[in-house]
Design a protein around this ligand. Sequence first.
Ligand SMILES: [Zn+2]
Length: 71
Amino acid sequence: MASKRGKRRKSCGQKKRYETREEALAVWRSLQRRETHPMRVYPCRFCRGYHVGHMPHKNVRAMENKRMQHG
Ligand SMILES: [Zn+2]
């Protein structure tokens, strides 16, 4: 069977893991202040923990479109 270890490395293995969503959110808040790029907290299906990462570009563009529609 093919393993997905390569993917796990990217979205999990190299990232800091948080035990709870609250813990990840606390870090997310402090990052939001200095990062210009939108960040997100997401549950990880590999380690069952939480990670803080940059938002994929697709989502960022969707957000910008929404804002424009609102005027
Ligand atoms: Zn993980």
